[in-house]
Unconditional design. Structure first.
Lengths: 311, 252, 298
């Protein structure tokens, strides 16, 4: 095993990226913002994935976060980036906590499908409701930061990167705690976990709520960096599919993996749309199969292998 | 505390599955420090009894009192918290993790109850405790091996070691020697019983092997068709005609 | 009255095609324990193949009645070719892995096949109205219906009876039921489980293809049609109980009729209704309404 330098890497890497963003062209800053925003949701899915749970419906929380920002902006005129983020993450977290009472009793495909059902119910409501923007969605104003309205997107990028760093560090710590370590054990043998004296339902409930908060935060940040929300890019089942895809692509090995995976995804998508616009699904599907068959540990396992060879 | 009061009092326990009676009229007192052997043919209700005491099955009626606490209605987790642990007929361990990881998580859950579950798991003290358990159960050589590749015997040792780390006052072993070869069984039981004696645990174990029963227990409960037909010392039990007929299967 | 009849017939037609597709999905799940996301591709490929050849044959001046043969042939060819290839090349190597991973692999396959359709058939929609035009329409209870649409109900009924007969009256059915109940037991009984898997997957794929091939003349066959059907047939099998043909039939009726009702009376809740039903059923009966019995394993 490599010694755990994760916190150091996150800290130094984050600062370097913030510095790099200052000089980088706009489109790169945009890609980083999208990638890091989405990576928050992946962090949550990583925790579930380690426990053997895959949700095909986390766009529900992603969308709740994004639409909370839209409503805070349009109905209440809230512009502050932190208030918006807090609102989105809290609402999604509350929803996740409540839904979690049901969800903690399900495993395997039933868990995956029940999540899909819930996300599609929300999708169905929003698509058909004029006051929620229907299929068009809403445009969102650029957020203010500590009361200042920035002229470029760079300050928002800094905020997103810092939030991403803090989240990665928190999740990394969580994964070292006793309840955080209850991932593989739950996947391997739930009966034993109960007989050791820990409630599997409680452990899963906590993980699920965490993943909802993170997905809600991700949606809120995504809404602000895109400057708009609409049901198809925020709540539809394809969004849930993308989140699962990035999770598998990243690999469950480390909290840094989701950030790398999300960036690879953004780059992949940008180039695919430029070079072969009709082959996007083929590329995603093909990558999916390749990872499942040949690289079960995702991109992260490549990095680990590379690191071992060097040292 | 009165020394004479039994640690486990089972009264009029009944368990039915539809029309099938799995356990009936079960009345047992177990005293502190006893080592009780539970014998009986397949389907006699031995595992059913263990499952009821440890909260896996809920009895249809009756009561199980452990040190003044009523256990009926409690689940496996609450029973564990009360101070009763168990091992399994087919070892229930985390098969994709190493022996050391299995024990670490077991110790961590036992020590970090409640909010402390949110503190860092691997502390130096925990590693020391874990190594002590590895040593006591002679598992040091398998420390970094994944359970998947281990023999049934080592898995069963690990299974028992994991049950004991919460320092239970009663331990129930469900067929500890099943799946273990004839040559290994006494060594295996010596390791287990030696370790348990150090902890001063009250032990109830289900066993098919009469040699093991004779050698390690202080008292025998013989089950037949869901009822206890004999409750006596092993020597008497093995000579008892009912036990010979219904449990051991000797014809007269 | 007329509205009621329209809703009823729309609902039945909708249920019928959902049932044909879901029956394939539920058989595959029952036998192989695989939730096959690329079932939607079988449907889409069936629809495209039949629409393409009906159009071609019509251009060549063949009688329109041939369309029905084309439909049947499309379903069988699509099911045989795609079903066989996918099972042999991909799924066969995954049976020892996590259920969820297999679902993800079929999801990957689904995405790949969606784009292969675009490469093969282009992005323009296909219209294969000929079989529908041939059968004309009838007036019943004051409303005019296409006869073709009504035959769909008949086809679904035939599929249902066929499945029932296969499962309950043939040696094959006994073997399938043994494998569905307990795979290990099936192996112990000397059943050639890998062969059963391959044939089951092909059979399920043919049903998926048939749903698409038969519906093709009534719709514009355009990109993305596999997505809707897979989402809906998931809802059907989850509601009915995964692995149960009876469940697929009841699930299709519930979802089909409710959706027809929603489309006519309250179009805003069309999607909502389907998933709300699914969520409610899952919460109160996690195994679905007609889940097959499971062996006790303690």
């Amino acid at each position: 095993m490599l010694r755990d330098n994760t916190s150091k890497v996150v800290f130094i890497g984050g600062i370097l990226i913030i510095a790099f963003g200052f000089f980088a062209p706009n489109w790169i800053v945009n890609q980083l913002m999208f990638g890091f925003s989405r990576a928050l949701a992946i962090l949550g899915l990583l925790v579930l994935w380690r426990t053997g749970l895959v949700s095909f419906g986390h766009a529900f929380y992603f969308g709740l976060g994004a639409y909370t920002v839209a409503i805070l902006d349009i109905q209440l005129g809230v512009t502050d980036v932190f208030l918006r983020l807090f609102g989105g993450a809290c609402l999604a977290g509350l929803a996740g906590f409540l839904v979690g009472f049901i969800m903690r009793n399900y495993r395997d495909i039933f868990f995956a499908m029940l999540n899909t059902a819930i996300s599609m119910v929300l999708y169905g409501i929003i698509v058909k409701t004029e006051s929620l923007g229907s299929t068009d969605g809403f445009a969102i104003s650029l957020p203010t930061i500590f009361g200042v309205a920035p002229e470029t997107k760079y300050p928002l990028f800094v905020v997103i990167t810092v939030i991403a760093m803090v989240s990665a560090l928190l999740v990394n710590f969580y994964l070292k705690t006793t309840v955080g370590r209850l991932t593989t054990p739950i996947r391997d043998n739930e009966i034993r976990v109960e007989y050791l004296g820990f409630s599997v339902a409680h452990a899963i409930h906590l993980k699920y709520t965490m993943s909802a908060i993170l997905a809600g935060g991700a949606g809120a940040l995504m809404a602000m960096s895109l400057g708009q929300v609409d049901p198809d890019s925020m709540i539809n089942w394809t969004v849930s599919g993308e989140l699962v895809f990035i999770t598998i692509l990243s690999g469950p090995g480390n909290v840094i993996a989701p950030f790398i995976g999300s960036l690879v995804f953004e780059v992949l998508r940008t180039y695919a749309f430029e070079l072969a616009p009709h082959l996007w699904q083929l590329i995603v599907g093909g990558t999916f199969l390749t990872i499942i068959f040949f690289l079960p540990g995702g991109i992260w396992s490549l990095i680990v292998k590379f690191g071992r060879n060097k040292s | 505390m009165k020394q004479s009061k039994p640690i486990l009092e089972v009264r009029d326990l009944l368990k039915t599955f539809g029309a099938v009676v799995a356990a009936k009229d079960i009345n047992v007192d177990v005293n502190r420090g006893e080592i009780v052997g539970i014998i009986g043919a397949n389907g006699a209700g031995k595992t059913c009894f263990v499952n009821m005491v440890t909260g896996y099955l809920k009895p249809t009626s009756g009561s199980i009192v452990f040190d003044g606490i009523e256990l009926v209605g409690k689940g496996p987790r609450e029973v564990t918290h009360a101070g009763i642990s168990r091992s399994f007929q087919v070892s229930q361990v985390f098969h994709t993790m190493t022996v050391a990881e299995n024990l670490t998580i077991a110790l961590a859950i036992a020590t970090n109850r409640g909010v402390r579950a949110l503190s860092e798991m691997e502390t130096p003290e925990l590693t020391l405790q874990r190594d002590a358990v590895l040593k006591r159960y002679q598992l040091e050589n398998y420390k970094d091996m994944t359970v998947n590749v281990l023999s049934q015997g080592v898995r069963k040792l690990l299974d028992i070691a994991m049950a004991v780390v919460s320092e239970p006052r009663i331990l129930l072993l469900d067929e500890p020697t099943s799946g273990i070869s004839v040559e290994e069984k006494f060594d295996f039981m010596d390791v287990v019983m030696g370790a348990l004696k150090e902890d001063n645990v009250t032990v109830l174990f289900v066993e098919h092997d009469m040699e093991i029963v004779e050698r390690y227990v202080s008292r025998v409960l013989a089950f037949y068709q869901g009822e206890i037909i004999a409750d006596m010392s092993p020597k008497k039990a093995l000579a008892d005609s009912k036990v010979q007929e219904f449990v051991i299967g000797k014809r007269h | 009255m007329e509205t009621f009849l329209t809703i009823l017939l729309d609902g039945l037609q909708f249920s019928s095609y959902l049932f044909i597709v879901s029956a394939g999905l539920t058989i595959i799940f029952g036998v192989m324990k695989i939730l096959n996301v690329c079932h939607g591709s079988f449907y889409a490929w069936g629809a495209y193949t039949s629409a393409f050849f009906i159009g071609k044959f019509s251009e060549m001046g063949m009688p329109d009645g041939w369309g029905f043969l084309v439909i049947l042939a499309s379903a069988i060819v699509v099911g045989l070719v795609l079903g066989f290839l996918i099972e042999q090349v991909i799924l066969k190597h995954m049976y020892h892995r996590d259920e969820v991973l297999i679902v993800l692999a079929t999801f990957g396959l689904f995405l790949v096949l969606e784009d292969v359709i675009l490469i093969a058939f282009g992005t323009d929609p296909y219209f294969a109205y000929q079989p529908m035009a041939l059968l004309d329409s009838v007036e019943m209870g004051g409303i005019v219906r296409d006869v073709y649409g009504l035959t769909l109900i008949g086809v679904a009924a035939m599929v249902a009876i066929g499945c029932w007969f296969l499962l309950n009256k043939t040696k094959w059915g006994t073997i399938l039921k043994a494998v569905i109940f307990d795979r290990e037991m099936g192996i112990a009984m000397g059943i050639n489980v890998p062969l059963v898997y391959t044939l089951t997957f092909i059979g399920g794929a043919i049903l998926g293809g048939l749903g698409g091939a038969y519906i093709a003349p009534t719709i514009s066959v355009a990109p993305g049609l596999g997505t809707e059907v897979i989402v809906l047939s998931f809802a059907v099998v989850v509601v009915g109980g995964m692995g149960s043909i009876m469940g697929a039939a009841i699930g299709s009726l519930i979802i089909g009729l409710l959706r027809a009702l929603a489309v006519h009376e309250l179009p805003q809740v069309e999607l909502f209704v389907v998933f709300a039903v699914m969520a409610v059923v899952l919460v109160f009966r996690p195994e679905g309404l007609f889940a097959p019995a499971k062996p006790r394993k303690i």
